[in-house]
Ligand binder design. Structure first.
Ligand SMILES: C[S@@+](CC[C@H](N)C(=O)[O-])C[C@H]1O[C@@H](n2cnc3c(N)ncnc32)[C@H](O)[C@@H]1O
Length: 277
């Protein structure tokens, strides 16, 4: 595990070309989020140009068969950012990546059972609005160099609900595991914190990173990078999946310190967003 303090635009050029198999990251969202050090308030054009800069560097360090999972959300009054970002990375005169898959990270959902009962699960940050509904999802864009990288769909899959399908369909190979599809219900990790304040305003859950690792399908041998490490969620997920060749980069010294402490087992600061129902 190699956790590095600094600006990823300065650190990544020190990494060898083609030395990374898997990137799972969540950059700043350009929504005015109150990070310790980074100012999340740039004009949209400037922000997108900056994203192209670090994404080009990511492309350079990625192996040809690498996968890049990019988590980003929007805000109800600012809904276009994920789409603007993905267009700027995949279109234009010099596209950096091909969008191979789009996943929806579902944070909260209500489903009706066959018995007509309503079951709600997960957490989200409720908004007080007459025109917008609560925002219960974020995107995870799967970007690759050529759009043709095989994935371990079954390794990241789920058991069949109707077991008779296992024998009925030849493609199952007799295994009770099917592709999960592109909607991932992953609740925020549960809080176990002695701290009064949240240590970071915008983390993703470990389960989201683990799902990307499983889908990539190269197991403990994976060489992984998160250029926006925050408090180290991706490093913990990599560790849990047996990955040792992990590099994380974080601008803010306090967040990096948290990441180190979490990895060393000293802290377990995982939390749902404030005011979750
Ligand atoms: C959305 S957060 C990532 C949170 C992380 N996924 C977690 O679960 O802890 C984005 C992070 O990028 C960091 N950051 C912003 N600009 C950076 C840069 N140029 N280089 C490295 N880190 C940067 C911010 O300090 C912030 O912690």
């Amino acid at each position: 595990m190699n956790l590095i303090g600094g600006d990823c635009l300065e650190v990544m050029p020190r990494l060898a070309a083609g030395s990374v198999d898997l990137v799972v990251t969540s950059p700043p969202y350009n929504l005015g989020i109150g990070y310790n050090t980074f100012k999340d308030t740039a004009p949209r054009d400037e922000f997108l140009a900056w994203c192209r800069e670090w994404a080009a560097e990511l492309r350079r360090v990625m192996a040809d068969d690498a996968s890049f999972f990019l988590n980003i959300g929007a805000a109800p009054a600012n809904p276009l950012l994920p789409h603007q970002l993905i267009l700027s990375l995949t279109e234009g005169t010099e596209p950096l990546f091909v969008l191979q898959n789009t996943f929806h990270w579902i944070k909260s959902i209500t489903v009706a059972t066959r018995a007509g009962e309503s079951i709600s699960a997960g957490h989200f940050k409720p908004i007080n609005s007459k025109r917008f509904v609560n925002d219960c999802h974020e995107y995870v864009f799967h970007l690759t160099k050529g759009g043709d990288i095989p994935l371990d769909r079954r390794g990241a899959g789920v058991p069949y609900q109707d077991k008779s399908n296992i024998a009925r369909w030849g493609h199952t190979g007799g295994e009770d595991q099917r592709c999960r599809g592109n909607t991932w219900f992953i609740p925020y990790d549960t809080i176990k914190s002695r701290a009064k304040d949240r240590p970071h305003p915008a983390t993703f859950p470990m389960g989201l990173v683990e799902q990307c690792i499983r889908l990539h399908g190269k197991g403990a041998a994976t060489r992984m990078l998160d250029p926006f490490l925050g408090i180290g969620t991706s490093a913990l997920a990599a560790h849990r999946q047996g990955i040792e060749a992990f590099t994380g980069i974080e601008l803010d010294a306090d967040y990096l310190q948290f990441a180190h402490e979490r990895l060393n087992g000293g802290r377990d600061f995982l939390f749902p967003p404030a005011n979750s129902p």
